[in-house]
Design a binder for this molecule. Sequence first.
Ligand SMILES: [Zn+2]
Length: 474
Amino acid sequence: MRKVDLIIKTKHLYTMKGEGVGYQQDKSIVIDRGIITAIGNSDHIAQEYTADKYIDATDKMVLPGFVDAHMHTGHGVLRGVAQDINRWMFEGMAPFELARSSEAKTAGSELAITEAIMNGTTTIGDDSSDIRGSLEYIDKVGVRGNVSVRVRSALIKPYKGDELYTFDKNYGEQTLNEALTLFDDFNNRDNERIKIRFGPQGADFLDLDLLKRVKELARERHTTIHMHLAQGAREHAQMMQRYGMRAIPLLSKLGYLDKDFIGIHLTDATDEEIQTVVDSGASMVFCPNSLGVIGGAVPPAVKFLEDGGCVGLGSDQAPGNNSHNIISEMKATSVFNKIKYKSSTIMPAWKCLRMATIEGARAIGIDKLVGSIEVGKHADIICVDLNTPSMAPVYTTPMRNMVPNLIYSARGNEVATVIVDGRILMEEHVPVTFNVQEVVSNAQHHADIIGEKAAPLFNEIHGMNAIYMEEDKL
Ligand SMILES: [Zn+2]
């Protein structure tokens, strides 16, 4: 008998191996030192192995943890303050963002990451400046981090209409230095559990010199660039005024687009621009709920896939989504595109599940580590309750209905157990490595302070939410 750390036994295993969902029945997964070392028939595994810990997931579906490829977790403390409006960034976010301290941002990260884990996310694709607090929480609770550190030279302040952003060299240098320091401090920490990416915020937010240097530094360090791209009218107005061309043609000309480039949103990229990005080997992250709420748009994930590109899913941010729940993103991916293309067959459930797992991992370059349940990969695994009103009843003949139920019916609270690198973060709905009440209370404490500080500018801007307050609609 071989002694190992953990054995998970299940009736329904979704490995995500191959081109479909890789379903296998009555299997056990053997995990040792964070790595999946064997998968086999449960009877056989029971004869060959003994473990320190057993998880009986017989009445659950077992699948790879979800990859959230794009998040701004620090906005977690601003949940619900910037939706149902036109100018999201300046009318909605600005008063609250300017009132948010560094401590409040960390409290927001802790809240968002906690929420994501409880909904089955095992890879946190955070993207922000001032992100050390988020990284420390990721490190502490044991979730996987794929974190891009924000680089920008445009000063953060309210801008009017299409006013050109003010670039500040010193501010740009400061953000770049922070990215390099965090890279040195955290990249590949804990057996590659944490990866640091460079996150130039968007082609419009950096001066040309800084934009080029970030790419060179990413190449030298063998890491990726994670960048908002073709984000809509605001970005195009900046790019056309400054360079006389849109972001994708400029980046293409600079040799920026390649397999180590992850483009976020591509909201209004033209067909030709999409083809340019796909041909370069770059991937795309689709954030359906966020772009729906803040932009009334369905970005071109279908076209990107049709052209042969790789697409992952992201939850973006809490003010203007307003959640970090990949199950909800999978449903939105399917439903929004069914409506957009007037087709009930587009974006089937299995395809959404692949985007949330193996394709998402591939999109951000970590598919050799995670994204499927295979021998040799790191054990990032979740168990989903089937004995719940939203997942029951289960059919196994003449068809299985678990994947459709997960995408179209589940809400997130069906996720019972979350494992990253073989370590149990939550078991049978009970958090093991984090304290939910502490995190929620701390976020509330900071929200109370932010609300007070944000009030004068919120009232001065007098946006839609200020009007809604006056009209008793909030
Ligand atoms: Zn974003």
